[in-house]
Design a protein around this ligand. Sequence first.
Ligand code: ATP
Length: 338
Amino acid sequence: MPDIRLDHLTRRFGVNAAVDGVSMVFAEGSVTCLLGPSGCGKTTLMRMIAGLETPTSGSIRFGERDVTRQSARERGVAMVFQYPVMYRTLTVAQNIALPLARDRTLSAAERGRRVDEVLDVLDLSAQRGLRIAALDMGARQKVAVGRAIARRCDVVLFDEPTTNVEVHAKLQLIRAFKEFRRRMRQTIVYVTHDQTEAMTLANQIALMQSGALSQCSAPRLLYDRPDSEFGGWFLGSPGMNFLEQAGSGNGLRAGIRPEHVRVFPQPAPGRMEARVTGDCITIGGQHLLTLALDAAVLKVKVPPGDGLPVGSAVFVECPPEHVVLFRDGRRVTEPSRS
Ligand code: ATP
């Protein structure tokens, strides 16, 4: 399996740089999720890796091979799209077998073996004889994944494959994806705007902002130690809180995630007084309290039943090991543990 190396990759549309000087490595056999807000350039970056979009400048290498000017076919990548293109009147097994039929180097027995393996990996064996028209979106997307991985391309690209799939089928797809990763080791680039999906599937997350690479790190590191306030804000639901360093005048801001702020009814050394400004609301099973701390708004995750009346005074602690310092939007130091 090759790694994928991007060197100052740029794609302009008129004056707008959809992708702006991105340099990064996708390690061989790894899963990299491209994550970021709508319009940040994820799809354009992936289409350039696929050979479906021509870079304005910069280069793409698969291992030692410079593929920048190669066509999609020459690159030998497989893709799974948001809307899978399927032959509705053919069966699941026939759809998976189709791309293999074009490969004259494979015997009929080998083609059969690969189809069986893919059906097994994706837990589709029971549906092998069903026509695509009879399947829901989730199962169709599994077949699309099956078709892509049966070819055993070194590189597989996924473009938001779960966007049009309902929640239950999405979980099944993610489970199937994990099983396929356990058994096969292609280099994978996976575009998503769903941070939970990215945190679940990725070895590394490439977070993009306005065409540029904001940070490329292991998911936990990106969450715990974002290089920028943008990363702290974008990841998490809600994202990081940011507090001015009172009176410092040095442009420093302290970032802390809502689950790490501790709330107490009583003052004590090291606690800051805050005021409840919003009713405790429940989002996705989490209880969220909104506080005012000087001029800052502080979102805090609290245990159930810890809601307090609007206007009450509370006392908050920000444990230093969970505080990340930023200057001009960039992380400046490791959190102090003093
Ligand atoms: P989304 O999550 O909404 O799919 P994205 O992160 O994938 O967004 P892109 O689709 O890569 O972002 O688009 C990045 C920028 O490039 C956007 O401003 C978009 O309008 C612009 N863009 C993309 N393709 C074209 C094109 N063919 N012509 C002109 N502008 C384009």
